[in-house]
Design a protein around this ligand. Structure first.
Ligand SMILES: Nc1ncnc2c1ncn2[C@@H]1O[C@H](COP(=O)(O)OP(=O)(O)OP(=O)(O)O)[C@@H](O)[C@H]1O
Length: 234
């Protein structure tokens, strides 16, 4: 479904990603782990054409995305939930969800905000609440819900668990995994929270200084403790 071949990414003259290659199949959950500044957000933004300049190939369903702007990529079925969540503060949760329907691919009927909200325990009680009256966990679930309003086939979450209480993180992992299974949704999630990442993915990649240094399943990761010490410990 997603094939990335030798992707380089740049901010101005700064060369951030170095020959990143990876594939993600339909319905597959993949975690992208790495320290602060390793290049996780840059990779997600590069896939959406949302910041860095890139070189290399990104294919989605076999189509080369080179030169396609963000909204076209969204309408192909790719959604990015950014780290800063970007909730509209002056409108309700319902309207925050509603406003995201436009990214739905042509010919696909978007879900209603209520349908999306029903999949997450935090959302139904707060549909009328304004965006600037939400806790961090509520904001994150609204951001994930907005991503789902376009019925994506690849959902990318940038550090969704950051700053959230452990109990919220556990619920979020369980509910996102359920949506994934139900909708055969592919997931690419960047994280520093290894437990969360493990709970909602099948395998992982580790990025360090803009290059992929490990790709494998969680069992292999667990059997190689050196990986965590070398690439993830702060
Ligand atoms: N807009 C930008 N302009 C210039 N350099 C940037 C920009 N955004 C990120 N960088 C640099 O790119 C590198 C990778 O940053 P990136 O945000 O991708 O890392 P990350 O792994 O997502 O880390 P974090 O957990 O801190 O978000 C860092 O050196 C960062 O300083």
């Amino acid at each position: 479904m997603l094939e990335i071949d030798k992707l380089d990414a740049f901010y101005g003259d700064s060369h951030i990603l170095h020959a990143v290659s990876l594939t993600i199949a339909a319905g597959e959950g993949v975690a992208l782990l790495g320290r602060n500044g390793a290049g996780k957000s840059t990779l997600l933004k590069a896939l959406m054409d949302a910041g860095p300049r890139t070189r290399g190939t990104i294919r989605f369903d076999g189509v080369d995305l080179t030169g396609e702007p963000t909204h076209r990529r969204a309408r192909r079925g790719i959604a990015l939930v950014p780290e800063d969540r970007r909730i509209f503060p002056h409108v309700s949760v319902l309207e925050n969800l509603e406003l995201a329907r436009h990214a739905c691919p042509p010919g696909v009927t978007p879900p209603t905000p209520q349908e999306v909200a029903a999949q997450f325990s935090l959302l139904p009680p707060i549909l009328e609440r304004r965006g600037d009256r939400l806790s961090g966990g509520q904001q994150q679930m609204v951001a994930v819900g907005r991503g789902l309003m376009a019925r994506p086939r690849l959902l990318m979450l940038d550090e969704p668990a950051e700053g959230l209480a452990p109990v919220i993180v556990e619920d979020m992992a369980r509910e996102i995994s359920a949506v994934r299974r139900r909708e055969n949704l592919a997931l690419l999630v960047t994280e520093q929270n290894i437990d969360f990442a493990r709970a909602c993915t099948d395998r992982l990649l580790i990025i360090d200084s803009g290059a992929i240094v490990f790709s494998g399943d969680w069992r292999t990761f667990d059997a190689t403790p050196d990986l965590e010490a070398r690439y993830l410990a702060v």
